[in-house]
Structure formats: structure tokens, C-alpha cells
Write a protein that binds this ligand. Structure first.
Ligand code: MLT
Length: 234
């Protein structure tokens, strides 16, 4: 439920599904749906800017505290990728929590990217892998957040329903209970959530609606040599 807890779960053998519903992993999923070839997640703004020097054709995306970073092509809105021809592009991305979580998880584990946008696809793919799974909630600055835990509950429910997985983990069971409670009105359920308020102050409620709409893609970004590429579970 927080990056700060990851070491307690790390086992060097599970597939780690990193989730940052609002908005990093939702944006990653829609960017691949819109045709990008690869995405390079980095932890710092400086690292991202170095990539510009190495390849001026790279698209640079950065967000801090919900707001776009000056001098970058994109902030972290998934809707930035909708109208443009993104086919064959490479995006370098850094965000407050999502890309930091990937850099923590990738040390000793295979990493896949989950969001409500690819929920059914990623659960179908995980079941086909027949491996243990750790759902890594990016949260907000190491604090628990509701939206990532809702996704964790939704994914866990699908894995447990396959009869291939058990959930002998109280955090997983709590996430499933939360999903059961909120699944019919995610936007309403998150009415008082901290990041919904943070984004509302930045007038980006439309991004929240977008990120809470399940199954908009069958693309599953996975990390290969520090770069995200997509597999398609259609
Ligand atoms: C993050 O990585 O912290 C989030 O995705 C932030 C955001 O996009 O608002």
C-alpha cells in the first residue's frame, strides 16, 4: 500500500505490478494504446533533460505535485496523448510517485504497469504467467492513497476468482473490501480523497474521470532494460 513498505514484500521472484491510477500508470497505458513504441521512466527532471540532449526526437513528459514541469512537452495528463499521432514515438517520463515506484520495484523484480485502463488485460496476462504477484501502490509521497488500493482490490479479485491465486495477505483482503464498496461509483467514492482534491485545485477533474474508466486498452507496458515496451493481451 506504500513504496515505504515494499521491502517487506519483496521476494525477488514475483511479478510486480506498479499502479498509480491518478495519473502516471493510466497515462503510460493510454500512451501505448495511442501507438508509442517505448517509454523511459526516470526518477528526476535532470535525468529526463539529459535524454533530450541524447535524442532531440524524444518526447519529454514531467509532473511534480500534479502540475506540468516547465520546459517539457507534456505534463502527466493522459488526455495529452489522444489527439496526436504518437506512432513510433519514444517518451521519457518523470512523475512525483509513479516513476519513483518503478525505480524501486525494478531492482530485483520483473515489472508490469497496471491501471484501471488495462485491468482485464493485465489480470488475464498475469494468470497466464502463473507466478506470484505483488501489487505495488505508488500512493502519494509514501502515504497510502485510496485510488491505487481500489485498483489493487479489483485486480486481486480477478486473480482470486481464477482459483489460481490465494490472498493470504491482509492488505490484499482490505483492498478487495474497498473495491467491493467503491466499484459502482469510483468518482463518488473518491469524493474526499487527497489527490482528487489536489487535481481539482489544478482544474483537471476531467483527467480523473478518464483514469477511472476501466478497460480502455489491452496494452500491458512491461519493463525491459529500464525501458517500458508493450505486450498486447487482446
Ligand atoms: C504521480 O506520479 O505522482 C502522479 O501520477 C501524479 C499526477 O499525475 O498527478
Amino acid at each position: 500500500m506504500s513504496p515505504a513498505l515494499f521491502d517487506l514484500y519483496a521476494d525477488r521472484k514475483s511479478i510486480v505490478v506498479v499502479v498509480d491510477v491518478l495519473r502516471a500508470t493510466s497515462t503510460m497505458c493510454i500512451a501505448f494504446e495511442k501507438g508509442i513504441e517505448k517509454m523511459i521512466p526516470v526518477s528526476t527532471v535532470e535525468e529526463a533533460l539529459e535524454y533530450r540532449e541524447s535524442n532531440p526526437n524524444y518526447i519529454l513528459a514531467a509532473e511534480r505535485n500534479g502540475a506540468p514541469v516547465k520546459g517539457f512537452d507534456f505534463g502527466n495528463s493522459p488526455q495529452s496523448y489522444l489527439e496526436l499521432d504518437m506512432s513510433g514515438k519514444t517518451v521519457v517520463m518523470t512523475t512525483t510517485n509513479g516513476t519513483k515506484s518503478i525505480s524501486i520495484a525494478k531492482k530485483d523484480h520483473d515489472v508490469a504497469i497496471g491501471s484501471l485502463l488495462n485491468l482485464d488485460a493485465i489480470s488475464k496476462w498475469l494468470i497466464s504467467q502463473e507466478r506470484d504477484v505483488i501489487i505495488f501502490c505508488a500512493g502519494w509521497k509514501d502515504k497510502f492513497n485510496l485510488e491505487d488500493t481500489l485498483f489493487a482490490g479489483a485486480l486481486a479479485q480477478q486473480l482470486v476468482d481464477s482459483d489460481l491465486y490465494n490472498n493470504f495477505c491482509d492488505a490484499t483482503q482490505a483492498a478487495q473490501i474497498l473495491w467491493e464498496k467503491g466499484k459502482n461509483d469510483l468518482f463518488g467514492f473518491l469524493d474526499n480523497s487527497s489527490h482528487r482534491k489536489r487535481l481539482a485545485n489544478l482544474n483537471i477533474d476531467s483527467d480523473i474521470h478518464f483514469c477511472l474508466k476501466p478497460n480502455q486498452t489491452t496494452k500491458i507496458p512491461v519493463l525491459k532494460n529500464n525501458t517500458l515496451v508493450a505486450i498486447d493481451e487482446s
